[in-house]
Ligand binder design. Structure first.
Ligand SMILES: Nc1ncnc2c1ncn2[C@@H]1O[C@H](COP(=O)(O)OP(=O)(O)OP(=O)(O)O)[C@@H](O)[C@H]1O
Ligand SMILES: [Mg+2]
Length: 509
């Protein structure tokens, strides 16, 4: 018999006015990877948070191996062997790996109830080695890469004997190599009979790793397909409820020659070395490179979000001193951070206020007070044009789905009316339909004469969108390509052009 690990039936969940899930179903077999897909705001995270005890369902049933269960808290879920690894990881950065895994269940010495550190570390070590993870249990979690933190979360889940693992966009912040490692781990877990729910917007990953795919749309269940028997196009058309035509990349018009931004001699310790480049009016300049190449660091140095040892910035030929991101806005430079929660948005505020945040001076009434009505109007217009899914401009950003939060960041900078825009991973976590809308928007901005730097780890996106491409590796610019000459291979060559040889030579001298 085809036994089911999990079966969710007729699940309803509403948040003040928003039906996030309506009559949704989902099931999971032991030893399978079941992908869950849908546009931003379709209800994927909500459905899985119900399974993981984070949210209470309004109606419906959850069966675990055929037995109905009530899952009232994440702890209850854990005890039943259901663990969710969230988009935002949940570890305590100041604790060690071992402490994080066994938090609340630390082995104690009989007298006087002291923590048994040695035993704790031994247990962690044993667990990590069964997972083939070479991590030091005594290391603090805060110093680990996102990929490693994820592995620690998986280890923690398995220490509870979890049979069901839900991963919500696990690869959003991973490098190619780290994704391979994760896939390796997923395959091993699958062999052990663990069921895995895999939420992602990356169709290629879903094709590679999943056994089945369930599609959600607007809070509803649409269909479940066997991965080997379907195509990416089919899945996408079910997601969006229409066929989207990925129009051939229409090469952007060549921009005029005037240089609007020039950066020279940007240096910071060993992280950034001798970075110099220019950006033209109406140009989309792609910044390619592997994770950690220094692209975000360059952007943050330009807008003075981080200090640097030396930098010269010219805006339209004039040297400018930028001392803070606010200064940068005054000089017409906006930076859309890759980390929207930390730098881009105030999630406790509503959509309208976030949209108006970077440009409050433009919304003053004659009496010097802030014109809330005009901000709301502006925000409403962007909600329309970017199709941001929210019940109103007064909704708190915290309550929007991940991808819709990203769109709010974009709306904020469009409102600020800066004419040099630095987009850092603008489409991370954004669904396929919205992605092509964002591409259209970037093209349109460039046509209007705005200048854009686009940092992206997705090569097809860089190739499709950029007039010119700068490639970085280990804090240096290692290559520049025009859109006509650029190929994935050429970019990868520059992106992996390491400088180890130079370093060894220096060290030897
Ligand atoms: N705590 C909450 N309060 C109010 N509304 C919420 C809350 N959590 C989610 N929603 C709403 O429920 C809907 C579904 O959101 P959910 O986060 O499940 O989407 P998702 O499919 O995971 O999208 P994404 O791909 O963007 O992460 C959205 O309209 C969202 O705004
Ligand atoms: Mg989500």
């Amino acid at each position: 018999m085809d036994s089911l690990l999990i079966e969710m039936r007729a699940i309803d969940k509403a948040f003040a006015g928003v039906k996030a899930c309506e009559d949704c179903r989902f099931d999971l077999r032991p030893g399978e990877v079941h992908a869950l897909v849908g546009e931003n705001g379709a209800g994927k995270s909500t459905l899985m948070k119900i399974l993981a005890g984070v949210y209470h369902k309004d109606a419906g049933q959850i069966l675990l191996r055929g037995q109905e269960v009530e899952i009232n808290s994440p702890h209850a879920a854990q005890m039943l062997g259901v663990t969710m690894i969230h988009q935002e990881l949940n570890l305590m950065p100041h604790l060690t790996i071992a402490q994080n895994i066994f938090i609340g269940r630390e082995p104690r010495q009989p007298i006087p109830f002291m923590l048994d550190e040695a035993k704790l570390n031994q247990q962690a070590e044993a667990l990590l080695s069964t997972l083939h993870l070479s991590l030091n249990p005594k290391q603090r979690v805060g110093g680990l890469t996102v990929a490693r933190q994820q592995m620690v979360e998986i280890a923690k889940a398995l220490s509870y004997n979890s049979q069901v693992l839900v991963m919500d966009e696990p690869t959003a912040a991973l490098t190619e190599a780290e994704i391979e490692e994760l896939f390796h781990m997923i395959r091993r877990l699958r062999e052990q009979g663990i069921g895995i729910v895999y939420i992602s917007h990356r169709m290629e990953e879903i094709r590679r790793i999943s056994d089945r795919v369930t599609v959600m749309r607007d809070g509803h269940y649409v269909d479940t397909l066997l991965t080997p028997e379907t195509t990416i196009d089919r899945v996408i058309s079910l997601m969006v409820g229409r066929t989207i035509y990925e129009s051939k990349p229409e090469l952007p018009e060549t921009p005029p020659e005037d240089v609007v931004l020039e950066v020279r001699n940007l240096n910071r310790g060993r992280e950034l070395r001798d970075v110099s480049f220019h950006l033209k009016r109406g140009e989309i300049l792609g910044f390619a490179g592997l994770m950690g190449a220094g692209r975000t660091e360059v952007a943050r140095a330009i807008v003075a979000a981080d200090p640097c040892d030396s930098i010269e910035v010219r805006v339209r030929g004039k040297v400018v001193a930028i001392r803070s991101p606010k200064d940068a806005v005054k000089h017409g430079i906006g930076y859309l951070s890759e980390d929207r929660k930390r730098y881009g948005l105030i999630v406790g505020m509503d959509v309208a206020n976030n949209v108006g945040m970077a440009s409050l001076t433009r919304f003053l009434t004659p009496f010097g007070t802030i014109d809330d009505k005009r901000i709301s109007e502006k925000a409403s217009a962007h909600i329309q044009s970017l199709s941001i899914k929210t019940p109103s401009v007064r909704q708190r950003v915290r309550n929007l789905s991940g991808g819709n939060q990203q769109k709010v960041v974009i709306a904020k900078w469009l409102t600020a009316d800066t004419d040099i825009l630095i987009f850092d991973e603008p489409t991370r976590g954004i669904d396929v339909g919205a992605k092509s809308e964002i591409y259209k928007l970037l093209n349109e901005l460039a046509r209007q004469g705005k200048s854009i730097i686009m940092i992206s780890s997705e090569l097809p996106e860089i190739l499709r969108m950029s007039h010119r491409i700068i490639v970085m590796c280990e804090g240096r610019i290692t290559g520049e390509l025009t859109s006509a000459e650029a190929t994935q291979e050429k970019i990868m060559q520059f992106a992996t052009q390491r400088t180890e040889l130079v370093e060894t030579a220096k060290a030897g001298s």
